[in-house]
Design a protein around this ligand. Structure first.
Ligand code: TXA
Ligand code: MG
Length: 313
């Protein structure tokens, strides 16, 4: 496939040049693949929203190389610094107050007072961020409300040749989007991810709630149907239904037709890594329905269940 480019110095230079011209590309990260564009450029941001068919009121996450590069765009405080030291670069996104002087395109944060910032860990995206003079707005590289991609082929599956440049970085190590924590106003988790509420509480030494009801102002993106493979999903299912794909977890299931095991050893991290991949495979095999067993609601299982609930809506 000619729009997928292997990770090489030559291709990284190509990627940087495309971004400098305010065009957009797909990039790997440790969570999921993203669509990247210059966060200071209105025209880049417009291209992202157009390609994803994303509602304008759903803001993007701005990706930075390190804490020094974020200071011109966002106000940082003690809580941020504590978490940054422990978890960044990595799969944690912080909602911070945007600075008045920031050059972030207002289209990128839906003209909110805040911006979401993340410092990805993946080495390829870090090599881009390090040498660009602007941060990158990077939403997941899927059409709005669809399954997030975890490989360059998944990105191709979403956009085929409508996207000129997909940078390949293998399969995403985590496979679920970053944890999002609000640090401006009420401290709370607005999207669970692989970094758990417990881990964060331990660092900040306070109890942290997970946003329960969808709250328009705090997280517009959490509102509607999301992460959907485009076919009905039945949660907490025990029965095998001949027509449905059956997603299971753990060792008690024997291999058989229509059965997809997220982790034979009952490892939640493995299940997180395989969730989107498995649902995409099932969709592409032509199944009309998915049944999935109950997934333990602890650690990264909380994030898995969050995505499943939204996918089943
Ligand atoms: O792991 C990730 O975070 C991936 C990779 C590519 O980095 N990106 C990602 O972006 O998941 P996206 O656009 O699919 O999800 C961004 C989420 C949305 O739920 C959005 O509403 C929320 O972050 N968000 C962004 N800016 C916000 C803000 N200023 N206030 C509240 N929520 C915000
Ligand atoms: Mg997304």
């Amino acid at each position: 496939m000619k729009n997928i480019y292997k990770n090489s110095s030559k291709n990284l230079n190509k990627a940087k040049n495309i971004l400098r011209k305010n065009n957009i590309i797909a990039v790997p990260t440790e969570t999921v693949y993203g669509l990247a564009g210059n966060a200071y450029s209105n025209s880049s941001i417009k291209k992202i929203y157009r390609l994803k068919k994303r509602p304008k009121k759903n803001p993007l996450i701005i990706h930075y190389y390190d804490i020094n590069s974020v200071k011109k765009d966002a106000l940082i405080d003690k809580n941020f610094i504590k978490l940054y030291k422990k978890f960044s670069p990595g799969p944690l996104t912080y909602i911070l107050k945007k600075k008045k002087k920031s050059k972030i395109s207002p289209l990128a944060n839906s003209s909110l007072k805040t911006i979401a910032v993340r410092f990805p860990q993946n080495n390829i995206i870090r090599r881009l961020l390090r040498y660009l003079k602007f941060p990158l707005a990077i939403p997941s590289a899927n059409k709005s409300s669809a399954l997030s991609p975890v490989s360059s082929h998944d990105v191709f599956d979403e956009f085929s040749n409508k996207l000129k440049f997909i940078l390949d970085g293998g399969t995403s190590k985590i496979g679920l989007e970053s944890t999002v924590i609000n640090l401006y106003g009420k401290i709370q988790i607005i999207r669970p991810g692989s970094i758990s509420r417990k881990q964060i509480s331990k660092i900040l030494k306070i109890k942290i709630p997970i946003l329960k009801k969808s709250n328009k102002i705090i997280s517009p993106g959490q509102l509607r149907k999301h992460y959907s493979p485009g076919i009905p999903i039945k949660l907490n299912s025990r029965k095998k239904d001949d027509k449905a794909a059956f997603i299971v977890f753990g060792k008690k299931y024997r291999k058989r037709k229509n059965l997809f095991n997220l982790s034979k050893s009952g490892n939640l991290q493995e299940a997180g890594r395989k969730l989107y991949q498995t649902m995409r495979k099932i969709k592409n095999l032509g199944y009309r329905k998915i049944n999935i067993v109950k997934i333990p609601n602890k650690k990264i299982g909380i994030a898995i269940n969050d995505r499943l609930k939204k996918a089943a809506q």
